[in-house]
Design a protein. Structure first.
Length: 292
């Protein structure tokens, strides 16, 4: 999960990847508390007050732009999110995180070329950034550049072999590329006792979809929502590999409707639906926004 879990693939990391920010002493504490909070509406309000204060340092205003962008992304308001990530980049052009966030927002819109360009720039600034490789791998996958996607995901896995989602996506792209699965060889450093271990075991044939859904249950409602989202999405990917297109589309539609909007799985579910000419949650959302 990179993703903004906020996993921004946008987390996409679903990935999805907040910038670690120390609240500056010069900033109004209430505004920063809101700007860095979990509620997207109050975050937008607090961050807006900060970006409007020209007395703030460029770095602080860039952080506020970035966090407001993440709040807009949580609301799936992708154009405003991109505008804010661009604002952060103008003020702090050497921060790779803002390029990753903007690239993830472009991925969510289905604009893979702009997404890849942003991940390219992030890697120019930070050549060993795992999230940039991971998210660029997904964007190349959506763009049907499977060989390039494999290279990026392999690089992400080599940089962080304990990151389970790189192993999962590497397996998906390998199967789509008809090069066979090497998942058993990529799990030695992954903690299979914790999530998303059950999803990997599903791909290995060691668990059923019902088993994975049962494992996704959690007393924390937000955590359970995230895990149920992922269980459904990856079950859809496995159904697609097995040739069950209708079941895959059903599960992708559920993921597009129910996954947090900053998860790489939400972006991927909409990408899978677009590729197959199926109606997606993001397409419906865009149409509703255009009518308002």
């Amino acid at each position: 999960m990179l993703a903004l879990s906020t996993r921004i693939s946008l987390a996409v990391i679903s990935v999805v990847s907040l910038i670690a920010i120390i609240t500056p002493a010069s900033a109004d504490q209430r505004d920063w508390g809101e700007c860095l909070g979990d509620n997207p509406e109050t975050a937008i309000t607090g961050c807006t007050r900060i970006v409007q204060r020209t007395a703030e340092t460029k770095k602080d205003r860039a952080s506020a732009y970035h966090n407001r962008g993440l709040a807009h992304a949580i609301n799936a308001d992708l154009d405003r999110a991109i505008a804010d990530f661009s604002g952060a980049i103008r003020l702090e052009p050497t921060n790779a995180d803002s390029f990753i966030s903007r690239g993830s927002a472009y991925s969510a819109k289905g604009d893979n070329s702009r997404a890849i360009a942003n991940f390219d720039e992030a890697l120019r600034l930070d050549p060993i950034n795992v999230r940039a490789y991971f998210n660029r791998g997904l964007a190349n996958f959506y763009a049907r550049s499977l060989a390039v996607a494999l290279d990026d995901l392999n690089q992400a896995r080599e940089l962080d072999p304990a990151y389970a989602y790189s192993a999962l996506w590497l397996d998906i792209v390998q199967r789509r590329s008809n090069v066979g699965s090497r998942l058993p060889q990529t799990t030695s450093q992954i903690d299979m006792a914790n999530w998303p271990g059950p999803i990997i075991r599903l791909f290995l044939g060691e668990m059923t979809q019902a088993d994975v859904l049962a494992a996704a249950a959690d007393p924390d409602a937000d955590k359970q929502r995230a895990q149920v989202c992922e269980a459904g999405f990856y079950s859809g990917e496995l159904a697609l590999v097995r040739g069950d297109r209708e079941e895959a589309l059903r599960l992708f539609r559920l993921a597009a409707s129910n996954c947090p909007k900053t998860f790489s799985e939400w972006i991927a579910a909409n990408a899978e639906l677009r590729t197959r000419g199926a109606r997606s949650a993001s397409r419906d959302m865009s149409r509703r926004t255009a009518r308002q």
